[in-house]
Design a protein around this ligand. Structure first.
Ligand SMILES: [Zn+2]
Length: 493
């Protein structure tokens, strides 16, 4: 499998993504007094390290074309293989102490082994301690003739003025749409990928001006979807990375799709998304929307002001709850449930009163009929939750939303209302936890399985389904509905 950022990274100065940078480097490298100490400053993923390696080739190439490396001579080849002993790359974030810089100095002062000049690249150099900077400054003041320094940073404000004044500074910026598109097109052409124009625009928008993000995102999308890529493929991938934008949330909220939003959040939880970041992103979005009602910023279609105020309130409240639970997605799920009220699958809001009455009656009947073993388990359900909680809070939360439904041949059937709850509970690891909890409370081993209650589609059917299931423990039930039985078979998988 190809790795795009390796395969398509620039090899020549003219291939650098930022034309301004390649122009400046060409000019400076072509001049008589080539600086020995450089600073490449700019945002993450803007190509600083790639440029540093090209610079190393340019000054070491045995057969350069002007300032451009040939990529063929033994020096270019050695640098491109990435194992040259004369190119020293260190990360300033993890080697930030004065001793690290002294060690670096010791090896840097030795003459180059194979190349013409030794090149020391320090990434994230602003992370160095004050003492380390002082040690570095001494080297920068009188560098050995064969030594080149390239310091890279995302935050040059943190570099002491004394150090900065010794450096030839090259500024890197975020890629604009045009330069990002150029970079992406190289890969699209190289890999012969068929991709929709709106998908390209979406990827460009999501890269946040970073060429590295762009290549990484696109590489992963490519690995997941293959050589034909549509906008839909990309949205699914981005969700995995927590890219559920405020705008998309607003659309989902307006559609009133509680389940859709909850399912997205659950999926994101499985992918390890940071929900505090997501909440912050949503807050920023809705704050901007609120301000737009008062002439600040551009007003766009969507929720009304009252709804926006409400969602902001709920999101702020959710922030306070983040520390109270280990279920990262839960505070945001509560925002959604609170905001959309009862318009969920369990809703009674839009039902005619007669249906509602009948349902309540059935619910009562159902409760009365819960007898025998399953009734015992239902009564002790709180204890089961308590027993499970220390092992896994999410599992406890899923069980809290589940109901003991029937008990047959030592197998407990649980009613669950969401597909993702069923899937989670049936994962081997979680299943084990539930069974341990049941055993602890019931004093014996109990198998279990989950039944998905799809009451969204047909409420009446669900009631009968429930009653049918209960007939296995309640001898008095005469309910026989073949259609539901078939339905039950389908979901008892
Ligand atoms: Zn060369």
């Amino acid at each position: 499998m190809s790795v795009f950022h390796l395969k398509y990274r620039p090899n020549k100065i003219s291939e650098l993504d930022l034309t301004d940078v390649s122009d400046k480097l060409t000019k400076i490298l072509g001049s008589k007094d080539m600086p020995q100490s450089w600073l490449f400053a700019g945002p993450k993923g803007s190509g600083k390290t790639s440029a540093a390696r090209i610079l190393a080739k340019s000054i070491n190439c045995l057969d350069p074309d002007g300032v451009e490396p040939c990529d063929k001579c033994k020096n270019c080849q050695e640098i491109m293989r990435g194992n040259s002993l004369d190119i020293i790359e260190i990360d300033g974030a993890s080697n930030r102490g004065v001793d690290d810089i002294r060690n670096l100095k010791d090896s840097a002062y030795l003459s180059p082994i194979n190349l013409k000049k030794k090149v020391v690249i320090i990434d994230e150099v602003h992370m160095l301690t004050r003492e380390a900077f002082n040690a570095l400054l001494k080297v920068l003041e009188e560098p050995p003739k064969n030594l080149i320094f390239v310091l890279c940073t995302t935050d040059d404000n943190k570099i002491p003025e004394t150090v900065l004044s010794r450096l030839c500074q090259i500024r890197f910026i975020k890629g604009n749409k045009e330069s990002l598109k150029k970079s992406l097109n190289k890969i699209i052409k190289g890999e012969k990928i068929k991709i929709d124009e709106d998908a390209i625009n979406y990827i460009l928008e999501k890269s946040d001006g970073s060429f590295r993000n762009l290549q990484r995102n696109f590489n992963e999308i490519f690995l997941q979807t293959g050589k034909k890529i549509s906008l839909k493929d990309i949205e699914g991938y981005l969700l995995k990375n927590g890219e559920y934008e405020g705008k998309n949330l607003e659309e989902d909220l307006m559609a009133g799709e509680v389940e859709v939003i909850l399912e997205k959040l659950e999926k994101m939880a499985g992918d390890g998304v940071n929900f505090a970041d997501l909440r912050e992103k949503w807050l920023q979005y809705f704050q901007a929307k609120m301000l737009s009602f008062y002439g600040l910023g551009t007003k766009s279609d969507g929720l009304d002001l009252i709804s926006i105020k409400k969602i902001i309130d709920l999101l702020i409240e959710a922030g306070g709850r983040e520390k109270l639970t280990e279920i990262g997605q839960l505070p945001l799920e509560m925002v959604i449930v609170d905001f959309l009220g009862k318009k969920s699958t369990l809703s009674t809001e839009h039902r005619a009163p007669s249906t509602e009455d009948r349902e309540q009656k059935k619910e009562k009947e159902r409760e009365n009929m819960v007898t025998g073993e399953v009734a015992e388990i239902a009564n002790k359900w709180g204890e089961v939750l308590m027993a499970v909680k220390p092992f896994n809070h999410s599992v406890e939360a899923f069980l809290r939303a589940a109901r003991p439904y029937s008990m047959k041949n030592g197998v407990l059937t649980l009613e669950v209302f969401y597909k993702f709850h069923k899937e989670r509970l049936e994962e081997a690891k979680n299943r084990q936890i539930v069974m341990v909890g049941l055993e602890k409370v019931l004093g014996k081993g109990v198998e279990f399985k989950c039944v998905l209650i799809e009451n969204k589609k047909n409420n009446f059917q669900i009631d009968n389904f429930s009653l049918k299931g209960l007939s296995s423990v309640a001898t008095s039930s005469n309910e026989q509905i073949p259609k539901t039985e078939k339905k039950a078979e389908e979901i008892f998988v």
